[in-house]
Design a protein around this ligand. Structure first.
Ligand code: PMP
Length: 415
């Protein structure tokens, strides 16, 4: 039966627990810097103009309905999603060695990728049947650990954030790649690293990818924020495209987990895809991979949700709407950057002890502020400002009405 000896209550999810405390807080000037969801200058969720355009086209079209999608998802969604991340003329696409399937957003993509690795990834270096170790950055999105561990994997971390210099620990990262058992899996944040907001430079990426290739590890790109770092879809896909399109690397394959939650602002519609990149075209293997991805999807969710995928497919395949989307990405990323600047200039004006430049150097939705857990809990208790205990702030929660208050409160808690 179900006994309380075996089932002990878990602590609430840190992110959703934080949200619950924020909602309960009755202070009028409370500020939510927790969850990574975009807010506009009024602190409100934003429906992208491109999404509204696409939604109108879909709702008014003659063949609008709510039928089931195919098991592997809406074909015009998965094929155009692959082009957004890889580029239209990616060799993986033109050489037909890419297999894509629609998933429940980025989390679902990671889950399907994990299942696929567990069942089908065999490294030449491994004689026994042990599962590969899954390496993740320290720190990383907390859900990465439980997601892979639930599938039975052992996880490990590679150094990433140097808290003294508030920059990338490249040597530590590279050493981990060298010392990991050959044929491990390296989870790489494609852009806008969560939680640090710190991405490798192009030169650092080349070193990282080279060593992953030399050591026969499987790269798994987690792309949840394309367009949020620079405002440019191309620039933010640089690392993924370098890994996939540069023939100098000899990976055992590449997995890409793609989320559209943030970059179309449709968090709750669960739109995503997983892409498996094979080394060479082999139509027998292509079809086999596709069939096993289909089996995973069929047995877990039967078929993926349709509404959001139709909207994203419409955005990606309608040139005028696509250019509106590009503008929307600039609207979001530049507003976040403005908030970074205003926060830092206010902290500097107040001569708050410490250095704060890292906040403007970081990119994407988040800033790893460097605030310690004690300062974070003071911000929450004394000032009604909510961020994760790690000091991660969702910069999208700042706006012209609260940014000075947040800076002043940070000033108080660090003094
Ligand atoms: N990966 C990372 C690094 C993330 O930050 C997120 C969102 N918080 C995801 C994946 C997946 O998000 P979703 O399932 O909402 O697409």
């Amino acid at each position: 039966g179900f006994y309380s000896a075996n089932i002990q209550q878990l602590p609430p999810d840190p992110m959703f627990g934080l949200k619950a405390r924020y909602v309960k807080d009755t202070r009028e000037n409370k500020v939510d810097l927790g969850i990574g969801a975009y807010r506009d200058d009024n602190g409100k969720p934003w429906i992208l103009p491109s999404v509204k355009l696409a939604e109108n086209l879909i709702l008014n079209s003659k063949d609008y309905n709510h039928e089931y999608l195919p098991i592997n998802g809406l074909p015009e969604f998965t094929s155009s999603a692959a082009k957004v991340i890889l580029g239209n003329d990616s060799k993986a696409i033109t050489e037909d060695r890419l297999i894509s399937t629609q998933t429940l957003s980025g989390t679902g993509a990671l889950h399907v990728a994990g299942l696929f690795i567990r069942e089908y990834f065999k490294s030449n270096d491994q004689s026994d049947n042990t599962l590969p170790l899954i390496y993740m950055s320290n720190p990383t999105w907390a859900n990465h650990f439980q997601l892979f561990e639930l599938l039975g994997f052992k996880t490990a971390t590679y150094p990433y954030w140097n808290s003294n210099s508030k920059s990338l620990d490249l040597d530590g990262f590279l050493n981990s790649i060298k010392n990991a058992p050959k044929g491990s899996v390296f989870v790489l944040h494609a852009t806008a690293h969560n939680p640090t907001g710190l991405d490798p430079t192009t030169d650092q990426w080349k070193q990282i990818l080279n060593l992953i290739s030399e050591n026969n590890h499987l790269p798994l790109f987690d792309s949840a924020y394309q367009g949020f770092s620079s405002g440019s879809l191309e620039k933010d896909a640089w690392a993924v495209r370098e890994g996939v399109n540069n023939n100098n690397y000899k990976f055992p394959g590449i997995l890409i987990c793609q989320s559209f939650a943030k970059n179309v602002g449709m968090y709750g519609e669960r739109i995503g895809a997983v892409h498996v990149v094979l080394n060479e075209h082999n139509s027998i293997l292509n079809n086999a991979v596709k069939s096993h991805l289909a089996k995973i999807i069929r047995s877990e969710i039967s078929n993926p949700p349709g509404y959001g995928a139709k909207i994203v497919a419409k955005i990606l395949n309608t040139p005028e709407i696509y250019s509106q989307w590009e503008k929307d990405l600039i609207t979001m990323s530049s507003r976040i950057n403005r908030m970074r600047q205003e926060l830092v200039s206010e902290l500097q004006r107040l001569q708050t002890p410490g250095t704060w430049n890292h906040i403007t150097e970081q990119q994407g939705m988040f800033s790893f502020t460097g605030l310690n857990p004690e300062q974070v809990s003071k911000l929450e208790n004394d000032h009604g400002i909510y961020l994760l205990g790690s000091g991660r702030a969702s910069v999208a929660g700042l706006n012209p009405s609260n940014v000075k208050y947040v800076a002043q409160s940070i000033d108080k808690v660090v003094r």
